[in-house]
Design a binder for this molecule. Structure first.
Ligand code: BV8
Ligand code: ZN
Length: 252
């Protein structure tokens, strides 16, 4: 007896079995089951905070203490979170030697890394790192920092003494050129799968379409429909932490 879900997954499973190169791009939905808040949707962070108030260079210049307060809260939140079944499946796939599985993430939590994902491409940086806001040459390189910022004693760059900032990519900022280069290469694949992303933030949101134009089979796993749903070859509505393990079992 084949379940409805199994039936729906069949075209993807067949493509994954035949694929030599698979690329998976994840968003906040992949970490939702771990307790990390998503950005959009009913419980999303942007319901209470406006991105332009918090996630832009102008917002930081205007009120660094407010921005640090938000990032300190998010750091504390992820410190208590653990990778879930979705991260674990992707980590295992990335370690395979028979086919190439590359993972691109928009997430700034460390959960893919903590699950053991190899050669992870982190498009939007890391919540657990800090870098110089002052633009000094040495402070461009992020340093590990999982601490909370005290409002009256904000983190400083050890090289120039200027203000330091979370090492994430804010709206209106360019992504790291080498990350974009690696992602652009990874977009050339046989199967391109997006997982747990609302597909609205660019350039990441454009990758599935590019992959498709280059001949990849494209699929999406998400709790709800997104702007990418009508474009991909297969849209699967469901929780990543259930759907990915189900696919993993069927591909074996
Ligand atoms: C740039 C900071 C060059 C880090 C974030 C082209 C067209 C239009 C606009 C643009 C464009 N190109 C560039 C732009 C501007 C802008 C942009 O895209 N704007 C959009 C919003 C209109 N992009 C940029 O500015 C980017 N830079 O392009 O540089 C440049 C430079 C100057 C001028 C022009 C161009 C930089 C973007 C970086 C943004 N940084 N945040 C932080 O603090 O975290 S964005 C934020 O959104 C997050 O970081 C996250 O990475 C990103 C994407 O969100 P998602 O991961 O998709 O999460 P979301 O909550 O939205 O969705 C979760 C989904 O999961 C939901 O659908 C939900 O239903 C689902 N779900 C929930 N639970 C589950 C689940 N699914 C499965 N299972 C579950 N259990
Ligand atoms: Zn500096």
């Amino acid at each position: 007896m084949i379940s409805g879900m199994e039936q729906q997954l069949r075209p993807l499973v067949a493509r994954l079995r035949a694929a030599r190169a698979v690329t998976v791009m994840t968003g906040a939905g992949v970490s939702a089951a771990s307790g990390v808040p998503t950005f959009r949707g009913p419980e999303g962070l942007w319901r209470t905070f406006r991105p332009e108030d918090l996630a832009t260079p102008a917002a930081f210049a205007r009120d660094p203490a407010l921005v640090w307060e938000w990032y300190s809260w998010r750091r504390a939140k992820i410190a208590s979170c653990r990778p879930n079944a979705a991260h674990e499946v992707l980590a295992r796939w990335s370690q395979e030697t028979t086919r190439q599985v590359r993972v691109i993430t928009q997430n700034v939590d460390d959960l893919h890394l903590r699950a053991g994902t190899r050669d992870l491409i982190r498009l939007h940086g890391s919540l657990s790192e800090t870098r110089c806001f002052n633009g000094c040459a040495a402070g461009v390189r992020p340093w590990r920092d999982e601490g909370a910022a005290a409002p009256d004693c904000l983190p400083r760059c050890p090289h120039c003494g200027g203000l330091a900032r979370p090492a994430v990519v804010w709206f209106g900022e360019s992504l790291d050129a080498s990350d974009v280069e690696r992602a652009t290469q990874a977009v050339s694949c046989d199967v391109f799968l997006t997982v747990g992303t609302s597909a609205v933030v660019y350039p990441a949101a454009g990758f599935a379409r590019i992959a498709q134009a280059r001949g990849a089979f494209t699929a999406e796993i998400n709790l709800e429909s997104t702007p990418a749903s009508p474009l991909v070859d297969l849209s699967i509505l469901g929780p990543a932490e259930d759907v990915l393990p189900a696919i993993d079992q069927l591909v074996l």
